[in-house]
Design a protein around this ligand. Structure first.
Ligand code: AKB
Length: 341
């Protein structure tokens, strides 16, 4: 067993994992990182980690092997099927998103019991945990608080909301009828992410994907038809701010946290406002709209924006990028370099 405390990242080859590995393995605070993913990491990422396990979060024997070989005190549990993908295979989504998460919470509990320190556990939830019943209610609600409208309309949203409760259970109430106090071995910390936009990667299987897809398509000179109406509005965040929020939450003193689940926002432009910025950046871009009414119904059930005042108060959430600076200082320079625009 490596005595050096390690951090475990599941779903490490995904969008967030990409940026998180780079941040966690850089500088004086660099950590020993172990990853678990169905897909092998890209070589430049693989070179930065201590060991990568290629396999499934449903494989409990593989998790036992990680327990046997590594002393883990932090878990970043990123593996998940996103909202659109989950609607096509709800039962598989439940298996991966819920049973997979339960496996990782049990993993963290066992690690905490074996080395005696709480395992700080990061879980990415989503605005999909919300469910606004109709357009007038969505318009009137504006920036919603964490405990409002928790009536998700998708399997993915239901998975995320349930796992938020599972995390709170493992943190505060685990085996509460046992003679000895077994809770407190897991320190579950969760962010309800808006749509995320990365300059490095394009998402797959999500319903907020229209924005990053539009940007990357235009940068490559590929025609793109947006699948939601121009007036569609949900919150978004630039990937560097998402990873910064994760690292800030995970390093916050426990006593500062008044919740286990936090909204985090940054900007909330309409699809039309996105298209206008993309057209300004790529005037020859072939952009249009072909509404997918079923996917439209999903984003219509998500809030227009979120109230993240508690995150700002408790642990100093402060996204660096606004909509304009996300475009001009982060996305455009990187995607132009990436696609040679
Ligand atoms: C999705 O669209 O499924 C995700 C999300 C908003 O959680 N990007």
């Amino acid at each position: 067993m490596s005595r050096n405390p390690s951090v475990l990242i599941t779903g490490a080859s995904g969008e967030i994992g990409h940026e998180l590995i780079a941040r966690l393995t850089t500088g004086t605070a660099a950590r020993q990182v172990v990853t678990l993913d169905l897909n092998p990491l890209q070589p430049q990422l693989a070179a930065r980690v201590r060991q990568q396990f290629t396999g499934s979060i449903l494989d409990t024997q593989l998790l036992e092997r990680v327990i046997a070989e590594y002393e883990v005190d932090r878990v970043y549990h990123l593996a998940a099927l996103l909202s659109t993908r989950s609607e096509f295979s709800p039962a598989l989504a439940h298996k991966v998103n819920v049973e997979g998460t339960l496996n990782l919470l049990e993993f963290a509990q066992k690690q905490g019991e074996s080395h005696g320190r709480p395992v700080v556990f990061f879980y990415p939830s989503s605005i999909a945990a919300f469910g606004l019943p109709d357009a007038p209610t969505k318009a009137a609600a504006g920036r919603v608080k964490e405990d409002d409208f928790n009536f998700p309309t998708t399997m993915y949203g239901a998975n995320k909301l349930y796992c938020e409760h599972l995390g709170r259970y493992y943190t505060r109430h685990y085996k509460q009828l046992a003679a000895e106090n077994l809770s407190g071995k897991v320190d579950f910390r969760c962010l309800r992410f808006p749509g995320l936009i990365s300059a490095e990667t394009v998402p797959s299987g999500g319903t907020s994907d229209y924005a990053p897809e539009m940007i990357h398509a235009a940068a490559q000179g590929t025609p793109y038809a947006c699948f939601v109406r121009p007036d569609t509005r949900i919150p978004f965040m630039a990937m560097p701010d998402a990873v910064e929020a994760i690292l800030r939450l995970m390093s916050a003193p426990r006593e500062k946290l008044t919740r286990t689940v936090y909204n985090v926002g940054a900007f909330a432009p309409s699809a039309a406002e996105f298209e206008a910025e993309v057209r300004a950046a790529f005037p020859r871009a072939a952009l249009g709209t072909t509404v997918d009414t079923k996917r439209q119904a999903i984003v219509d059930s998500w809030p227009a924006d979120v109230d993240d005042s508690t995150a700002r108060r408790d642990w100093g959430h402060a996204p660096k990028y606004t909509f304009a600076s996300a475009f001009h200082e982060y996305l455009m320079p990187s995607v132009r370099k990436r696609y040679g625009g």
